[in-house]
Design a binder for this molecule. Sequence first.
Ligand code: HT7
Ligand code: ZN
Length: 884
Amino acid sequence: APLIRREDYLSPAYWIRQVDLTLDLDAAKTIVASKLTIERNGQQPAQPLRLHGEDLNLLRVLVDGQSVSFRHEDDMLVIDAPAADQFVLEIRNTIAPEKNTHLSGLYASGGGLYTQCEAEGFRRITYFLDRPDVMAVYTVTLRGDKKKYPVLLSNGNLVEQGELDGGRHFAKWHDPFPKPSYLFALVAADLVAREQWVRTRGGKDHLLQIFVKRGDLDKTEHAMNSLIASVVWDEARFNLPLDLERFMIVAVDDFNMGAMENKGLNLFNTKYVLASAATATDADFDGIESVVGHEYFHNWTGNRITCRDWFQLSLKEGLTVFRDQEFSMDMAGSASARAVCRIADVLRLRESQFPEDAGPMAHPVRPDAYQAIDNFYTSTVYEKGAEVVRMMHTLVGREGFAKGMSLYFQRHDGQAVTCDDFAQAIADANPDSALAVNLALFKRWYSQSGTPHLSARGQYDTAASTFTLELSQANPVTAAQPNKLPQLIPVAMGLVGRHSGQALALQLEGEAAPSGSHRVLVMTEATQRFVFTHVTEDCVPSLLRGFSAPVLLDDGLTDADRLVLLAHDSDPFTRWESGQKLALGRLLTALPTGTLELDEPFVHAMRGLLRDPSLDPAFKELALVPPSEGYVAEQTTEVDPQRVHAVRESMVQQLAARLNEDWAWAFAEHQVREGYRPVAEQSGKRALANLALAMLVRHAVATGDTVWPGRAYQRFKDASNMTDRLGALQALVNAHAELAAPALERFHALFRHEPLVLDKWFMLQARAPERDGRVFAQAKQLLKHPDFTLGNPNRARSLLMALAFFNPAAFHRADAGGYVFWAERVVELDAINPQLASRFARALDRWRHLAEPYRSAAREAVARVAARTDLSSDTAEIIHRALQ
Ligand code: HT7
Ligand code: ZN
């Protein structure tokens, strides 16, 4: 497929103003009748009408009621349109939903029919100008068998429904908001709904509905609560009310991503709807809140204002991730619970986006070119895009950002716009801000790929009572971008007294008075120096507080400095980061020899953290888990995954042994005695208790003691919620305890009718720490398990992605077995579901980063896949970029 470039954007030659669709729904053959009111776009030269269409069977084309000549050219339907400026085009075609395994367009899942149109799925339903800047008002009539499909849904309002002959019925929907085709949706299925009315501030009542399969209704309470909270939050924080009479969520088993924000009819992966204490973990509950919020917030940031073209994807995704992150933080409540959310978001960014930005798929937040747009729903567009919005928020302040958002809606409501339009609105609403003053410079975050390296060196001058901070940035060469310019980097910071542990007052040279003990330095050049005066004590700089910019920081601090920050910094993020850096330093030092002996100061600091009564248990849990193998690998130039694994395992094992009594204390101290509630206050305790249990079982297995494994097994059996049950099971499996096998068997027997829980069962085994190749062998076995299928994306992810992305030591084997497995699965999956296959294919896109013998073996596997002539365009793009 050809490369599509951002610079080639042209507005469409025609506008489609109205769409009237009638679908005779049937899994084997659905008939689609489409009537489009079309207008010529006077800004483009006269030309034939070219419509997208994929896997369609065309029956008829009429223009203003007359047959017309048409032809197929490069996957497009080309029609010689009439001279009239406006005309009505009628198209009739058929599709086969039950054969649609791509899960894009109209497809069958669990007896129902569902659509997924973003990014280019509408063209798999009927011929259309399937691009986001073509916005139309839709009227949709759905007809189908009443028994099979008692529920018939589409966007907007239900305007008519009734019976038809032959046991069929119909429903007619009208959506008054003009929308791009990617936001179209329909559902025809046998579902039931949880319903709730909400009143918005203007006094209007709105109906919220969550549709699920019969039997799942009792698992929708948390999703409904999250939806109500989202409605309230968006109105309170951004003055954005619900604009629809009815807002529907529908859960579907087979879904390529998390959820989809179709106007008024959001479709969700069941994983982000269904939860009960018995089947879902605290993390699942949090995930539901975040995804329900995310999709709901898209109603304004994405739907009311959409993207002009797909290069602008981060306009809606980066902004909406920022909004869902803020929502989760506001919902978490306390400052420390907010910090825990922030740390989790940063971990996600660093573990997936930083590697992406350093590999062959590196692209700017606003990409310049793509072959398959589905490959650009990336952590760069989503997570780094959210960081770009967060930096704007930091630069203009909370109030200023809210003003910027109002201006954005005032200017662009109802339009399809660009990332530039968004940044301009935020800057124009805050004309004196550092953002407005440096807007062009700031926008390099949209145009340059790669993670900037920020280096900081500080010097205290006792005689002059000054602290001089020198900051410099380096912007690395990345795929397709050889030349880089400096970027604007907001550095939130403070100074912590080395002896007092106090936050020192901050007064920069030339300033008349200090301005508090926390501020944001705005870096606009390659190198800059900041001199703080009236500094009465030697101090340690606390830099990049709250992770104020998505950069790699070399802070030049010593262990002693880090211990000061770990003990005293008022910023929880930097405090956590100090602990992580202490651990990381030790892991990196141990890598060349492969042996690690933990020193007493480190163990003492970790014990201090664990026992500190002022710290939140959730924070402790995050601080006591050493950096992941993936993150450690990122800090090295030639990765030996087995070495990284051995060294990190040794650190965990030593922490388990040397803090044994402390873990036992922590386990006993953090039991939740009251009934299960998915709230931060309880989940923090459960997280720390589970970590403690895992450490206790590990140490016990290593020393031949059977008490803690026995207790873990008992807890696994008796647990009253999934977080505790899975925690205990994981403790046994990860320690390779003898009781792991019976526990796994029991878990399977208990939950064999719960697909989302079975996913956990597969995932847990695929992610277990590798030992003597057992985990990899088990993963291969699981592929043949009767409950395994590549047809369901959640199930495929639970085994394949878990192994290849989250278990480097099991996947990267000296005998290349993991790579052979990868190549076979990529090809197999590609024939079924290209979107999923291309995501899985990315597990080896950074083969160049590996040490030998992994590197050559991985390259060979990639080359073997590249040699196939039948790859989808999605997978071909990933594979060929990997080899470039
Ligand atoms: N905007 C949605 C993206 C999405 C998607 C993209 C490609 C293929 C399938 C998809 N399903 C959903 C989800 C979101 O960001 O909210
Ligand atoms: Zn989104």
